[in-house]
Write a protein that binds this ligand. Structure first.
Ligand code: ATP
Ligand code: MG
Length: 417
């Protein structure tokens, strides 16, 4: 039998309903804050990610799905979407539009990773970017929208970790500090981190290996080495978060796994998943668009891992979505079957979610199935009902049955709530 590729998933009903509901909620919140959707291709020129995410990151180093197309051009399945948004911004001349531009996306990303809980090779991200605003206000807005979305989904236990990554000018100084501290311990670092020590020492702070984390904990925070402008910027973000009552934790060794971030960076973790499995990451990337050959346009944004989000979705939201009410229409006999689709059409047009029993099951079998699948109600259309112009409606929640005129079913449905 042919199986799906490792690290991919089939999202089946009713679970798929949760995905749709989460995405609908995200769209609502984004639209409410003035964001609009952007849809970029799922594959891009490999060069785009090498230049933006950074050559020495794990993503570019070992996680990309890169392949030559039939003409030998190197393409890559997008491992993340901020680079694509930046590319689209430049390519479509979006600088002509009003600033700032708030753009969101929802879609699949691809990384060749080792499989484990919450880590897939195809996974979905829900992301938001604000392009064209250098102010700390934009960072605060990003965090506010994120917080609103999580609140609307029913979360109340998530923790925002925040840090100041400094400006790119501060980087060499900090890299020197990290090297100086960790070089004596080179042999104790994991293989990846020994390479990182040479290529991109900041990445060591992001390593998940416990011994590396212990050693990294002795390195001073980036903020201590950062220049005044970035410190002032992030301090303003913190003040405004406090004014909004949005709780956060300062994490001086938070660096994120992509090279383009500067100043404000953050991650959202869930106590249910632990700090090793991050729900959402983001931050400011003022040089990304200019590094890709565009104008000097600042940006800030986040990306939520939708798979992980669904994994820890609060019970309340989960229950409300899965308990979506449904009416099953059971036609008994040939004449009733012929009428059934007309009724279904009219009721659906009147706002009732109808599922016609098209299998020709007996009434007993149909009721059993309705019960098993937790339908809210069943409408039975037999010969007597046909003659009288009504249906027998059985409310499976209340356990009651009554006859309702065919045209009055939408009204009856609304009344039962
Ligand atoms: P991690 O540290 O877990 O590898 P990351 O720093 O590589 O995450 P980002 O590039 O910041 O992740 O992506 C943002 C979010 O996308 C992550 O916080 C996570 O929720 C989700 N994500 C990233 N990689 C995966 C994956 N392989 N499977 C599922 N979700 C993922
Ligand atoms: Mg990763």
């Amino acid at each position: 039998m042919i199986q799906r590729p490792r690290g991919t998933r089939d999202i089946l009903p009713p679970e798929s309903r949760l995905w749709a509901a989460v995405e609908a909620t995200a769209r609502d919140v984004f639209h409410a804050f003035g964001a609009e959707e952007i849809r970029t291709p799922v594959f891009e020129a490999t060069e785009l990610f090498v230049r933006s995410v950074g050559e020495a990151t794990d993503i570019v180093h070992k996680e990309m799905y890169t392949f030559p197309d039939r003409k030998g051009r190197s393409l890559t399945l997008r491992p993340e979407n901020t680079a694509s948004v930046a590319r689209a911004w430049i390519e479509n001349g979006l600088s002509e539009r009003s600033h700032p531009l708030r753009l969101y996306y929802i879609g699949p990303m691809f990384r060749y990773e080792r499989m484990q809980r919450g880590r897939y090779r195809q996974f979905a991200q829900i992301g938001l970017e604000i392009l064209g605003a250098a102010s700390s206000l934009a960072d605060v807005e990003i965090l506010l929208v994120l917080h609103e979305l999580f609140t609307r989904l029913g979360f109340d236990d998530l923790v925002i970790h925040l840090n100041n990554l400094g400006d790119p000018e501060d980087r060499p100084r900090y890299v020197a500090v990290v090297r100086e501290r960790l070089e004596p311990h080179r042999a104790e670092l994991c293989g990846d981190c020994q390479r990182r020590l040479d290529e991109n020492p900041l990445r060591i702070l992001d390593c998940k290996v416990p011994r590396c984390q212990e050693l990294a904990a002795a390195v001073p925070g980036i903020d201590e080495v950062a220049g005044e402008p970035s410190r002032t910027h992030v301090a303003a973000v913190e003040r405004q978060l406090e004014a909004l009552g949005i709780a956060y934790r300062r994490n001086p060794r938070l660096v994120r796994g992509l090279d383009y971030y500067l100043r404000t960076v953050f991650e959202v973790v869930s106590p249910q998943l632990g700090t090793g499995t991050v729900l959402c990451g983001g931050g400011r990337y003022d040089r990304l668009i200019s590094d890709l050959g565009g104008p000097a346009i600042p940006g800030t944004g986040f990306a939520i891992g939708e798979d992980r989000l669904i994994d820890v979705l609060p019970d309340r939201f989960r229950h409300d979505v899965l308990a979506t009410p449904r009416l099953i229409l059971v036609p008994l006999g040939e004449t009733a079957e012929e009428r059934a689709m007309v009724l279904a059409r009219d009721w659906v047009r009147a706002g009732v979610p109808v599922e016609v029993e098209v299998s020709g099951r007996s009434l007993k079998a149909a009721l059993k199935r309705a019960d098993r699948e937790r339908a809210s109600a069943v409408a039975i259309l037999g010969d007597d009902e046909l003659a009288a112009g009504n249906v027998a409606v059985r409310d499976l929640t209340a356990g009651t049955q009554e006859h309702v005129a065919i045209g009055a079913v939408p009204e009856w449905w609304r009344r039962r709530g």
